[in-house]
Write a protein of this length. Structure first.
Length: 375
């Protein structure tokens, strides 16, 4: 398992380099071959890998461009098989603008994703930043974009978000378990290869997880190996979320909230004038600290450091509310369960053990336990 901090550093460095090269080219025309020619050999090889195009190392750049151009035109539908709804909308927006769109900062994720596949390109036109869809692909996409493709792209987005939701709640999970969970909530079978590809698509689109061979883990997990070990020692089953809950948890900027969270926010707002976004960020940091098994006392103290609390009585109130909230947070080591649920299950087991087979049934039927609920 790769070191998480090292991976984060590499991602940041790669992102900086990616931004630097996005706008280095002045665009003269929108033909696929011309746009590919402006890519470096390294970038071309990256595109080639997406279409399993091999045998390029000994070729001249012009021949490499020709091979990749033909590969894209022959296999571009592979990208459509795993495209999500938001990316498809971005392509359609480009088509509506004759393949040329003035760049905005919200376009960066979709531009990068499609550029890595040789489907769109970035550069300057008259010193302005543009995203370009090649002329040949405009016509091909026009033929393929229809209601059925949008339905497929919508499903792909739901699957990606459900995967991200699982990783938000469980922290880490292998791809086979992810497939099994998806089949449970979507009530259909999925090909494992498709799930691997769609998971990589989600990672590339900026969802909050990392794909490391056969394992996915949340970007905020501090020690992946330890978490895997702790989960193996947990006797409880994975908490079973429904499809709607997983998709919601996979949405960008999702924060786990419940009645305890709402009460906590109310208490803080009664005594402090605080920006909602700041409070939301602080609660998110607290949640992640608890998920990473920081002691509750330490996490609570870290949270309260940002506030000037005048009396011990007020501080005790805040500590109590934070403690209640912490017990409601779904923890990675507990396989998505929270502390309250674990204690409730433990108590249920204890109560069941205390009931004898010949004792009156706990349901109040008047029958013996063995003749009623104990069958």
């Amino acid at each position: 398992m790769a070191d998480n901090n090292k991976i984060q550093e590499e991602i940041i460095k790669a992102d900086i380099k990616a931004v630097e090269r996005l706008w280095k080219n002045s665009i003269q025309d929108n033909l696929l071959e011309s746009l590919l020619e402006k890519m470096t050999k390294e970038e071309l090889v990256k595109v080639a890998k997406k279409y399993s195009i091999k045998g390029l190392t000994s070729l001249k750049k012009a021949d490499v461009v020709e091979r990749i151009k033909n590969g894209i035109l022959e296999k571009y539908e592979q990208a459509l098989d795993v495209i999500d709804e938001d990316t498809l909308k971005f392509i359609e927006e480009l088509i509506e603008n004759n393949g040329q769109k003035l760049y905005s900062c919200n376009d960066i994720i979709y531009s990068n994703y499609l550029r890595n596949r040789g489907l769109v390109f970035t550069g300057t036109v008259d010193d302005e930043l543009f995203v370009i869809l090649p002329k040949e692909l405009i016509e091909l996409f026009k033929e393929k974009i229809n209601k059925e493709l949008y339905q497929k792209a919508r499903l792909n987005r739901e699957i990606i978000r459900a995967i991200a939701g699982m990783i938000y709640y469980y922290g880490v999970m292998d791809i086979t378990s992810i497939k099994e969970n998806l089949e449970r909530v979507f009530v259909c079978e999925f090909d494992l290869g498709f799930i691997k590809t769609i998971a990589l698509t989600g990672e590339e689109l900026g969802y909050d997880y990392v794909v490391d061979e056969e394992v996915l883990y949340h970007i905020d997990v501090e020690d992946v190996e330890k978490l895997i070990k702790d989960q193996s020692l947990c006797q409880n089953d994975y908490y079973k979320f429904d499809k709607k809950s997983l998709i919601k948890a996979g949405e960008p900027d999702f924060i786990e909230e419940n009645k305890q969270a709402e009460k906590l926010k109310k208490v803080f707002r009664e005594l402090f004038v605080i920006d909602n976004n700041i409070l939301r960020e602080e609660m998110d940091s607290f949640i992640i600290a608890i998920k990473n098994e920081m002691s509750k006392d330490e996490a609570i103290e870290a949270f309260l450091e940002a506030y000037e609390i005048e009396s011990d009585e007020e501080k005790d109130i805040f500590k109590h509310e934070l403690d209640v909230f912490a017990r409601s947070i779904r923890r990675w080591t507990l396989k998505g369960n929270n502390e309250n649920e674990i204690k409730k299950n433990e108590q249920r087991v204890v109560n069941e053990v205390k009931i004898g087979r010949n004792d009156p049934c706990i349901c109040g039927s008047g029958k013996k336990y063995k003749k009623c609920c104990g069958k």
